[in-house]
Design a protein around this ligand. Sequence first.
Ligand SMILES: *[C@@H]1O[C@H](CO)[C@@H](O)[C@H](O)[C@H]1NC(C)=O
Ligand SMILES: *[C@@H]1O[C@H](CO)[C@@H](O)[C@H](O)[C@H]1NC(C)=O
Ligand SMILES: *[C@@H]1O[C@H](CO)[C@@H](O)[C@H](O)[C@H]1NC(C)=O
Ligand SMILES: *[C@@H]1O[C@H](CO)[C@@H](O)[C@H](O)[C@H]1NC(C)=O
Ligand SMILES: *[C@@H]1O[C@H](CO)[C@@H](O)[C@H](O)[C@H]1NC(C)=O
Ligand SMILES: *[C@@H]1O[C@H](CO)[C@@H](O)[C@H](O)[C@H]1NC(C)=O
Ligand SMILES: *[C@@H]1O[C@H](CO)[C@@H](O)[C@H](O)[C@H]1NC(C)=O
Ligand SMILES: *[C@@H]1O[C@H](CO)[C@@H](O)[C@H](O)[C@H]1NC(C)=O
Ligand SMILES: *[C@@H]1O[C@H](CO)[C@@H](O)[C@H](O)[C@H]1NC(C)=O
Ligand SMILES: *[C@@H]1O[C@H](CO)[C@@H](O)[C@H](O)[C@H]1NC(C)=O
Length: 871
Amino acid sequence: MERSITAFSFALVAALASALVLMVQAQLNPGFISIDCGAQNSYTDYVTNIDFFTDKGFIESGESMQISTKFIGQQFRQWLKNLRRFPSGMRNCYTLKPDKGKNNTYLIRASFWYADYDDKNRPPIFDLYIDVNHWDTVDNSDKTHYEIVYVAQRDDIQVCLVNIGQGVPFISALELRPLDNSIYHIESGFLRLWKRYDVGGPNSTIRYPDDVYDRIWEGWNSPFWLMLNPGTSASDLSNNNDEYKVPGEVLRTAQTASDANTTLFYCLLPDNVTSKFIWFFHFAETQILPSGQQRELTVSTRDGRFEETVGLEYLKPVTIVSTPVSGSQINFSFKATTMQSGYPPPIINAFEFFQIKELLNAPTAQDDVKALTSTKAEYTVNKDSWQGDPCVPRKFAWDGMNCSYGNPPRVISLNLSSSNLSGIISSSLSNLLELESLDLSNNQLTGAIPETLANLPKLRILNLSGNKLNGSVPNALKRRHEDKTLDLSLNNNPDLCQESPCSKKKAKNSFLVPVVASVSVVFVVICVLSIGLIRRKRTLESSERTLGLKNRPFKYEEVSRITGNFGQVIGEGGFGKVYLGALDNSTVVAVKILSESSKQGYKEFQAEARLLMIVHHRNLVSLFGYCNESRHMALIYEYMANGNLRQHLSGKVKIPPTEDHPKVLTWSKRLHIAVDAAQGLDYLHNGCKPPIIHRDLKTTNILLNEDFQAKIADFGLSRAFATENDIYVSTCPAGTPGYLDPEFQSSGNITKKSDVYSFGIILFELITGRPAIMRSRDGSTTMHILEWLIPIVESGDIHSIMDPRLKGEFDINSAWKLVEIAMSCTRPTAIQRPDINHVLAELKESLVSKSSGSFEMTSLELHSDIAPIAR
Ligand SMILES: *[C@@H]1O[C@H](CO)[C@@H](O)[C@H](O)[C@H]1NC(C)=O
Ligand SMILES: *[C@@H]1O[C@H](CO)[C@@H](O)[C@H](O)[C@H]1NC(C)=O
Ligand SMILES: *[C@@H]1O[C@H](CO)[C@@H](O)[C@H](O)[C@H]1NC(C)=O
Ligand SMILES: *[C@@H]1O[C@H](CO)[C@@H](O)[C@H](O)[C@H]1NC(C)=O
Ligand SMILES: *[C@@H]1O[C@H](CO)[C@@H](O)[C@H](O)[C@H]1NC(C)=O
Ligand SMILES: *[C@@H]1O[C@H](CO)[C@@H](O)[C@H](O)[C@H]1NC(C)=O
Ligand SMILES: *[C@@H]1O[C@H](CO)[C@@H](O)[C@H](O)[C@H]1NC(C)=O
Ligand SMILES: *[C@@H]1O[C@H](CO)[C@@H](O)[C@H](O)[C@H]1NC(C)=O
Ligand SMILES: *[C@@H]1O[C@H](CO)[C@@H](O)[C@H](O)[C@H]1NC(C)=O
Ligand SMILES: *[C@@H]1O[C@H](CO)[C@@H](O)[C@H](O)[C@H]1NC(C)=O
């Protein structure tokens, strides 16, 4: 028993530790992603102090190579010495996950140094893509660095190499640098760097750490301009608040004209007259001018479409951004505004220019991408083409897939026939909501057919033949097959029961309601107690509520009014924000708004709403109503004035303590909270048919009302279930680390006993005051609560584990009793753990034993657990 707990905790500690290592490393160059493609080891570059990582975890395909030994001795940077090449697949993609995620601006630089790595002396030519759009054509005779400024469209950024039949694509290094969102800002599209010049600079480059954004500045001089003597040091120019943060080293050098009536010209002859360019000119006064004089100059294009005048102040950098310009000849002039002798001539310190590239292609709908990515990971699908965006660009769409090309593109058919898939049918497939055809035939798929497949509204073809599926066919699919909206093939699944009713699988308990589709299950859930409750309520309040189907729907305007136009946020959960509100009769409520973004959340939200409508108990947080108006979804709950149990145990309570309710929860309150929570859970498990498994019980889900009565909240992950063995086979991990049943983690089976395990952890938190996952003071190590306390308890010492904030004020007998109960709940295998009704009985006993002990007792109301009280 101990071993399995320790193994689990160890894995947890290891995971947290490795996360920590990554964080520490990232700290050195914050937000930088620097990949030395094809390298065997990570290292810190000794010149720049930038940490370079191998490409492990960023890409799955390709081969690691080294440049030719002919070149290895050259003083090139380490990251150019290895490379990764891609002999197979049309498109191969690196996936970058920048810390700041989408809608932020990044500099992305890809480097390619062929250096005859394949002894063919023939550098390949291939295409480079940023997400689904063409970035550049890589031609090594031209240059090694390709750089863009890009606003991330998604949290992930993909950099793809595309084989265009002119040699094997390869890459040497890939770098990402976060930029300030206010600089290099354009209306749409992205910026492809042409040149970045440090005018008058040395014959070398300047980059990080001189440049905090790690731009690479090339020293450059015009033969037609004069050199300006650097009149100042780099550090004089570095202490400024200019947002472009051009390094002082770059700004201190400049070029100029001989006198004030000479104009400087810079001319570009683009190879394509339709290309649009944008310029960033950086100026700084480095000279001390005679008093009363200021250098002022006008930057303009010859055709007069752009003109801007700027006055320079000593040591104050300023950047002029041009409008987008195009043409066969782009000719910028820099002239002094006062062209008289004695006035200062124009100068130029640095400039950059970019081509504006349009985002011509829109990516596939994100939900589809997510679903396919997890399907790919679950089955380790072995297809070269399964990289980058699934549908876009069209010519690189993944094998075995067809898409519709609306905005956004969607996946409409998926054919994974004969793809050597094994394991169960992935639940992710049920998230491809536009799917019309799904062919999984001739694989080694096992387990039951997920009923969620019936939720795909447009599915017309489902071919599951030639697998090893078992169990029975979900009724919802059968029905769709019978009414001919679905072409369903199930042949050659020897263990699959296709008759109805299923003779092999007759339920032992005939009263169990068989599972239909998840949607209908929700309506089948009937909590025996709630019938009585609702009836009573009706007579008491002449409520208009009817059982199950209709609670009071709220209009979105009403929700807005109730919450005072969403004035006060009181919490934030997985679904979205929770606001404080007041109903018209001034009842205070908590309003949970589902954020518009997640479809996944939407499903859970609906499940929760429907369940809560019919589940009523004094120890479960009640639902007053809900709002479901197209894009606006909200749940209106009773307000729990005293927040959650975790806050109280950790002492982070905002409400000022009173005599009745001191800051630290007394032992007696803790026992009552334990009994309350057990009653709530007992109701879910044993008062409802089919039973409801909470799946995410934790102290932050135990809420306290103004009387410190505890109620269980958040049924978002609940699923009604009823199978022979009371097992719900879950493929999507649910729950919270620290509370997760160790058996669930290995088997994926969620049972009532998984909740009992979580409940045991909650009991231990009540006893010790500590969180389920304990952290050392400096945050460097973590430990699971059980790992810590089991050895202490087994040594017979209970005082050492008790919450020190109780200051020894607890009844030792009830404390032992509680520890015993909690131990039994957290046994490693489900079968060893008691049912919650047993736990409840024991807890009540401890309340009674406590009351006969040395403590004075508050009024002890033992609710004959069955009778729920109408609110
Ligand atoms: C993206 O950021 C810009 C400002 O940086 C903001 O105006 C815009 O609303 C954001 N868009 C999204 C979708 O978050
Ligand atoms: C600048 O460097 C390049 C190569 O790095 C070299 O060919 C050139 O002669 C150098 N110019 C000067 C003025 O040092
Ligand atoms: C110029 O660019 C446009 C748009 O990118 C492209 O369609 C056209 O073929 C290019 N012309 C030449 C000569 O490359
Ligand atoms: C740029 O314009 C100036 C006059 O405005 C002209 O003298 C110069 O020759 C032009 N440069 C090029 C390369 O055409
Ligand atoms: C430049 O200035 C000098 C002296 O102020 C003047 O003689 C000359 O004509 C000017 N040249 C031009 C091209 O304006
Ligand atoms: C995609 O569409 C083509 C043409 O309609 C069809 O031949 C092919 O079977 C489809 N692929 C899938 C996976 O449905
Ligand atoms: C799936 O692909 C196989 C060949 O790989 C083909 O026989 C089958 O008809 C396809 N299924 C559908 C639904 O198009
Ligand atoms: C099929 O998958 C199994 C493991 O899932 C693997 O051992 C086997 O080599 C695969 N067969 C083929 C032909 O890819
Ligand atoms: C169905 O198959 C799964 C996986 O092979 C197995 O765990 C399960 O016990 C089987 N169920 C039945 C009812 O045979
Ligand atoms: C399902 O797949 C099997 C094997 O690939 C094939 O024989 C059968 O015709 C398919 N059925 C449909 C409806 O595509």
